[in-house]
Design a protein around this ligand. Structure first.
Ligand code: PLP
Length: 408
């Protein structure tokens, strides 16, 4: 098969239709630039959905992967390995956590977290204390347990029956949580910033009160930091900026910088509930993944990279405001650090995908967060000139979409 036959059209022929990828196939990336099969160049504001936090083919990550590739790929958890031990120690030293569990994705990290909170309540309070409270519009992954805790009905529809003992209340509504929480609640689960749900930040006062309510009811607080973690907000983890410490934290996406890895962090109080034999993963803590993640953490958890996030956000917001002065297309610019959401004005609600496609044609790769919000989750070290160049593409795209009109 020549590369010419391996194209976007082949996707529809050979792949389950659960995705609808853009109409080009990227083949190469460097920093915040990506090239497709026809050597067209793009500025990458999508960053693999908050994954490529150090851009593409970062030299330190490539070196870490190659070095480990020559040493040891896999052993399974009947052995431990040096990269996993080093990464766990670094995560422990850098956060509230005492103990770490490794897996391969965000959903798996959340699956481990949700199993842990149930098991912890079972071990310490008995089987009646099993209810999980989460928030509407929350996103926690696509396994059956994680779509059940997630707050978007559309991801559960048709897959019922789903696990029980889970309820949802509106985000940032402390009265609703007060009414729902009880001594049967084993955990409250939240994203510090709802990502897939449209880029909505937790109010710090709300987060503080959630922590208090959890303590009053002996419920654990789980922060899903799969999207907000590893420098995305300018803090290593968003909880550090909120000033509220969870009992369990999940991290994935940027942790591997593009190599699949996830982790659940927790305390010495909770960790014993995942005793020997209670949970596991064949690949979790894989040496290749952990060697790359260790280098990601070493590189991102530095004052230069973390402080740079605020500077880069300022350029993004300045450019988005300029576009808004010109076109009046955004209702609000939201998010923190380099997790940026630009909600379209009402007239353009439901049409975010049109802007995404037009931007790609103009050479800028974006994301959406639901049908109303353009989302940007670029590399944390994207150069200023790439931000400006990507915004020039977005400018062209907006002009083109507005000219065609909402019904085009
Ligand atoms: C992406 C995401 C997940 C799911 O991660 P996967 O690696 O796709 O399983 C879970 N929670 C949040 C907040 C996410 O953004």
């Amino acid at each position: 098969m020549t590369t010419q036959q391996v194209n976007r059209a082949l996707f529809d022929d050979v792949m389950v239709p659960n995705y609808n990828p853009q109409q080009m196939v990227p083949v190469r990336g460097e920093g915040s630039r990506v090239w497709d099969q026809d050597n067209n160049e793009y500025i990458d504001f999508a960053g693999g959905i908050a994954v490529n936090a150090l851009g593409h083919t970062h030299p330190a990550l490539v070196a870490a992967l190659k070095e480990q590739a020559d040493k040891l790929w896999h052993l399974s958890n009947t052995f431990t390995n040096e990269p996993a031990l080093r990464l766990a120690k670094k995560l422990k030293d850098a956060t509230f956590a005492d103990k770490v569990f490794f897996c391969n994705s965000g959903a798996e990290a959340n699956e481990a977290a949700f199993k842990l909170v149930r098991k912890y309540a079972y071990d310490n309070f008995g089987p009646e204390k099993n209810e999980i409270i989460a928030f509407t519009q929350a996103f926690h992954g696509r396994t059956l347990f994680t779509v059940s805790v997630g707050g978007q009905q559309k991801y559960r529809e048709g897959f019922e029956p789903v696990p029980g003992g889970i309820s949802h209340v509106p985000f940032n509504d402390i009265e609703a949580l007060k009414a729902a929480i009880s001594d049967k609640t084993c955990a409250v689960v939240m994203e510090p910033i709802q990502g897939e749900g449209g880029i909505h930040s937790a109010d710090p006062e709300f987060a503080r009160q959630v922590r208090e309510l959890c303590d009053q009811h002996n419920a654990l607080l789980v922060f899903d930091e799969v999207q907000t973690g590893v420098g995305r907000t300018g803090n290593l983890y968003a909880y550090m900026g909120l000033g509220v410490t969870p009992d369990v934290l999940t991290t994935a996406k940027a942790l591997g910088g593009g190599f699949p890895v996830g982790a659940m962090l927790t305390t010495d109080k909770c960790a014993p509930s995942l005793g020997f034999g209670t949970h596991g993963s064949t690949y979790g803590g894989n040496p290749l993944a952990c060697a790359v993640a260790e280098t990601v953490l070493d590189t991102i958890n530095t004052p230069e990279v973390l402080a740079g996030v605020a500077d880069k956000r300022a350029i993004f917001v300045e450019e988005l405001n300029k576009l808004n002065d010109k076109y009046g297309i955004f209702k609000e610019i939201r998010g923190e650090g380099l997790l940026i959401g630009a909600e379209l004005i009402e007239q353009w609600h439901g049409k975010a995908a049109k802007f995404l496609a037009a931007a790609r044609e103009a050479g800028t790769l974006l994301l959406v967060a639901g049908p109303n919000v353009l989302r940007m989750t670029p590399s944390l070290i994207i150069p200023e000139q790439d931000i400006r160049a990507g915004m020039a593409g977005l400018d062209k795209a907006i002009a083109q979409v507005l000219e065609a009109g909402p019904d085009a």
